[in-house]
Design a protein around this ligand. Structure first.
Ligand code: TQI
Ligand code: CA
Ligand code: ZN
Length: 160
C-alpha cells in the first residue's frame, strides 16, 4: 500500500503544471528517459509537466551528482544509493553520477527511466509502498525496468 511523507507535503492545487529542467552537465542520454517518465506520470495523474531551459526557476531540477555534493546526503560511488529526490515542494532530483546507467534495460546497469518514475513519485509526495510491483516498492535491481502500478496512481489520487 502507498504511503506519504510525514505531514503529507504536497504541491498546492494551483501547481498542477510543473516545469522541470536539467542542470548543466546532465548527460544528454538521460533527457529522453526522464521526459518519458514525466509523460507517464502526467498520463496517469492530474499533473502535467513541461521541460524548460530555465534551470534557476524550474519547479523540478534534475542533475547528476557524485560523492558529497553539498546537500547533506552524499552519494556513495557505485551501487548503494542510486538517486534521491526530495518531498514536495523542494523539487531536487539527483542521480548518482558514479552508477552504470542505461537507456534500455541492460544487465548490470540501472534503468534511467525506471529510476525517474520512482524519484518523481517522491517529488510528487509518495513515500514507499508495501505492494510488490508498485514503482514505489523499495527494492530495485540492476537490469530491472518497471512501470507505474495501480497502487502508485491511487496514492497520488488519495494525496491530491
Ligand atoms: N534512493 C533512495 C530512494 O529513492 C533514497 C531514499 C531513501 C528516499 N529513503 C527515502 C527518498 C525516502 C525519499 C524518501 O528510495 S535509492 C529504491 C528502492 C533507491 C531506492 O537510490 O536507494 C529505488 C532508488 F525503493 F528500491 F529502495 C530507487 Cl526503487
Ligand atoms: Ca551509489
Ligand atoms: Zn524511494
Amino acid at each position: 500500500h502507498y504511503s506519504f511523507f510525514p505531514g503529507e507535503p504536497r504541491w498546492p492545487a494551483s501547481q498542477s503544471h510543473l516545469t522541470y529542467a536539467f542542470l548543466p552537465g546532465t548527460r544528454a542520454d538521460a533527457i529522453s528517459p526522464v521526459a518519458k517518465a514525466f509523460q507517464t506520470w502526467a498520463a496517469n495523474t492530474h499533473f502535467s509537466f513541461s521541460r524548460t531551459e530555465d534551470y534557476v526557476n524550474a519547479d523540478i531540477k534534475v542533475s547528476f551528482e557524485r560523492g558529497d555534493h553539498g546537500d547533506g546526503f552524499p552519494f556513495d560511488g557505485p551501487d548503494g544509493t542510486l538517486a534521491h529526490a526530495y518531498a514536495p515542494t523542494d523539487g531536487r532530483f539527483h542521480y548518482d553520477a558514479d552508477e552504470q546507467w542505461s537507456v534500455i534495460a541492460t544487465p548490470g546497469a540501472y534503468h534511467l527511466e525506471t529510476l525517474a518514475l520512482h524519484e518523481i513519485g517522491h517529488l510528487l509526495g509518495l513515500e514507499h509502498s508495501s505492494i510488490e510491483g508498485a514503482i514505489m516498492y523499495p527494492t530495485f535491481m540492476p537490469g530491472e525496468s518497471k512501470g507505474l502500478h495501480g497502487d502508485d496512481i491511487q496514492g497520488i489520487k488519495a494525496l491530491y
